[in-house]
Ligand binder design. Structure first.
Ligand SMILES: Nc1ncnc2c1ncn2[C@@H]1O[C@H](COP(=O)(O)OP(=O)(O)OP(=O)(O)O)[C@@H](O)[C@H]1O
Ligand SMILES: [Mg+2]
Length: 742
């Protein structure tokens, strides 16, 4: 029996139609990737094609790794000569060899986001751009979108005629490209753009690669952008042996310029393309598949298609609504533990999927305490994320400043213009005098070798000292707020206005939630106590290196992967779909994109799917009452085990409970100072009178407008309950919520 016998007729067609363009459009789990891997094997083993002539492109490094593995398992010899890689690494390889044909050196540097920002700051200064009106990050975002569409600076300028803002952007774009060229550098988007440029301007190089890559395959085709499409078109221009596979229902990267018209364009560019549709799903049980079908059917703008499977019906989809996100994480941990114990699954068979990166925190903490090995795929562990490390370094420095590394980490965050030479001289001084780095900083004026640079150090020391003096009066979460305010940390991220910055802000909000939870659970919360508690879970490097681990990741990173047991967590309106989509200018399009993401999530599960949500979720220290996600309600009821309860207004705690109530942030323990009056002083010092009352209409930055339902004097702060028109009832601290009376 050959490996091809296991394919169905349509899949065979995809594998055996090796010559000419092929478009394979099909739903999740129907074997698209399997067609690509078998096709590669067929070309080599049956048609005798040299692996050297095959190029397979996919979306993420993980997907590329899995594809390579699947091919290696089937091909005896030479499979390493196939290029299996992402768009970007394909382009890097090509450019390293030939970019000198378009005026760059082949030893070019690839700029990351930080480098880009530095360059952009310079340019704005030089061109005297008002960076309040034209934020560096949004300028970079505009340039990036232009590059996705292959729009050159000149073309950008032409299109900008009359639009003042766009004309400015065009000027910046031109300058930016010149600086990059001068530095012999490319940014991430340039990797694609320059390869296209190289191919368009140098027929010989193009011909070389067209001859080389006689067989080209592209997975996850629905998420390619215009520039990537051009690249493929050029490469496949001669032999036209191009096979693209994708699923329009899984297009989830519109925000990165993915262009769904590439599917339509394909048939236009390659009019004689063979189109193949697959309808049988081999991955999931009937119940899981029907759930996915039920959800995606609610997208109006889609080609109707319905997947079916011969797999067994399987278990119903477990649905649980918990009181809190903590309970949810606890359940997932226990469920995994018992399944592993019973021998039903290995850890590696289980995946926890969520909408936003910040959600990993609760699971990580729970898994660490339960000794469940886990790995975050396509991301970094919560406590290793840059913004979290920065803020923790501030907290440590304020707490005792004994940790030189922490102090050095934040001395120039935000930029204070303190140079490396100055820092090393401060270090020398510290070493000579047996001081900590921070104590040396405090004495900067006395360090002769650093001269005027001491003036730049002073504000930093003042900041830390002033925060320290507030310690007796404010809670850890308030301290975090102050740090963020004083350093402008979040303001900078807001100004960036990018997906990445958005995620960083969400992570910071999650750290604030962590602090509030800590304050709620401790009798005597202290900053040192908080840092100790964090250290227990933050020290993830010590987790054993093991092959068998639970995978945690965002839904976006889960594309193309599959697991026997999947936990879809945080299925709440407001989180998934997020407020961003619900309150968007054009909610239909955004909700449809979120729904495709839900479809991706559900279809990752092979045998068991567990969906969960929390009634109350703390976000940025505020407790939100969330409804069950509309996507859960779109799953036919008979497929769910567990009931979706009718929504009810949250119980609002009575004022008498407030003294003990979890919501009142406690001031830091007085142990540190021993000043008994401090608590009272602290109370009145922090709380500002409110300029709104019950019944007033107020606005919130994220939730929009709503009516104030209740205000409770929680001692140190007011706790305000607001019914927002878009997102429902939320309870929040007045000092955090920054509500504006309308
Ligand atoms: N003809 C078949 N016989 C048996 N198993 C199959 C067959 N086709 C596909 N499968 C299995 O079904 C699962 C899904 O296949 P694959 O990952 O290729 O689907 P896909 O269409 O690429 O899914 P996605 O849209 O999620 O990327 C895999 O485990 C694969 O091995
Ligand atoms: Mg696939």
């Amino acid at each position: 029996m050959s490996i091809y016998d296991s394919l169905n007729e349509e899949q065979k067609k995809g594998v055996f139609t090796t010559e000419g363009p092929v478009l394979l459009l099909a739903g999740a789990g129907s074997g698209k990737t399997r067609v690509l891997t078998h096709r590669a094997v067929y070309l080599i083993e049956e048609l005798g094609v040299n692996p050297y002539h095959i190029l397979a492109i996919t979306f993420t490094n993980k997907a590329a790794g899995e594809m390579r593995e699947r091919i290696d398992d089937m091909v005896g010899y030479g499979s390493e000569n196939i290029w299996v890689s992402t768009f970007h690494s394909t382009c890097v390889r090509i450019l390293r060899r030939f970019i000198d044909h378009i005026g760059f050196g082949t030893n070019f540097t690839i700029y990351d986001t930080e480098d880009q920002k530095t360059i952009m700051k310079d340019i704005c200064k030089r061109l005297e751009i008002d960076t309040k009106m034209y934020k560096e990050k949004s300028l970079l975002a505009a340039i990036s979108s232009a590059k996705d569409e292959l729009i050159s600076p000149e073309a950008y300028a032409l299109r900008a005629q009359g639009d003042f803002r766009k004309m400015k952007e065009a000027a910046v774009y031109r300058e930016y490209q010149q600086v990059l060229r001068k530095n012999n550098a490319l940014d991430f988007d340039d990797l694609i753009v320059k390869t296209v440029e190289l191919f368009q301007s140098d027929m010989e190089v193009l011909d070389y690669y067209q001859e080389r890559f006689r067989y080209i395959m592209v997975d996850e085709y629905q998420d390619t952008n215009t520039a990537q499409f051009q690249l493929i078109k050029l490469l496949a221009g001669k032999y036209k042996n191009l096979c693209v596979v994708g699923d329009d229902d899984q297009s989830i990267y519109k925000f990165r310029g993915a262009n769904i018209y590439n599917i339509l364009n394909f048939e236009k560019e390659f009019p004689n393309a063979v189109t193949i549709k697959l309808e049988q799903n081999y991955r999931s049980t009937q119940n899981i598949l029907n759930a996915a079908n039920g959800v995606i059917a609610n997208n109006v703008g889609r080609k109707a298609k319905r997947l079916w499977t011969e797999n067994e019906e399987g278990e119903k989809i477990a649905f649980h609504q918990f009181e809190t996100g903590f309970d949810e994480a606890d359940y997932v941990a226990k469920d995994i533990r018992s399944k592993v114990r019973e021998g039903m699954y290995h850890y590696g068979d289980c995946a926890v999927l969520y909408r936003t990166n910040a959600q990993s925190r609760l699971f990580e903490e729970r898994f660490i305490t339960a000794s469940i090995p886990y790995k975050i795929v396509g991301g970094v562990n919560f406590y290793s994320r840059r913004e979290i490390k920065d803020l923790l370094a501030y907290l440590k420095t304020i707490d005792n400043a004994m940790d030189d590394l922490a102090v050095r980490r934040i001395i120039n965050v935000p930029k204070r213009g303190i140079g490396a030479t100055t820092l090393s001289r401060v270090q020398d001084y510290a070493d000579e005098n047996g001081l900590t780095f921070y104590n040396a900083l405090k004495m900067a004026e006395e360090i002769g070798t650093i001269g005027r640079a001491s003036a730049k150090i002073r504000p930093f020391v003042m900041l830390i000292q002033s925060m320290r003096s507030k310690l007796p009066y404010i809670s850890v979460s308030e301290l975090l707020q102050e740090i963020i305010e004083e350093t402008g940390y979040v303001r900078e991220l807001e100004a960036e206005n990018t997906e990445e910055a958005q995620q960083r802000m969400e992570n910071i909000d999650e750290l604030i939630s962590k602090a509030v939870t800590y304050e709620e659970s401790e009798e005597e919360p202290t900053l040192s106590g908080f840092l100790e508690e964090v250290a227990l879970v933050a020290d993830i490097d010590s987790v054993d290196e093991t092959q068998d681990y639970v995978v945690l990741m965002t839904l976006h990173s889960a594309k193309g992967l599959e697991f026997p047991q999947v936990y879809l967590a945080g299925m709440e309106d407001g989180l998934f779909p997020g407020f961003g989509a619900i309150c968007a200018e054009n909610p239909t399009a955004e909700i449809e994109e979120e729904r495709r993401l839900a479809y991706v999530g559900i279809t990752r599960a092979k045998e068991r799917l567990s969906i969960s949500c929390a009634r109350m979720r703390m976000i940025r220290g505020e407790t939100q009452y969330n409804k069950v996600s509309r996507f859960v309600k779109e799953i036919p009821r008979e497929l769910l085990a567990g009931t979706i309860q009718k929504e009810k207004m949250p119980d609002i705690p009575k004022p008498s409970m407030m003294a003990k109530n979890a919501f009142s942030a406690k001031p830091m323990a007085l142990r540190r100072t021993g000043v008994p009056e401090a608590r009272n002083f602290g109370n009145s010092a922090m709380k500002k009178p409110l300029d709104y009352a019950v019944g007033d209409t107020v606005s919130h930055l994220k939730f929009g407008t709503g009516v104030v339902k209740q205000i409770i004097d929680g001692g140190r702060d007011y706790e305000v309950t607001v019914d927002f028109s878009g997102v429902g009832v939320k309870k929040m601290f007045a000092s955090f919520a920054k509500l504006k009376k309308l």
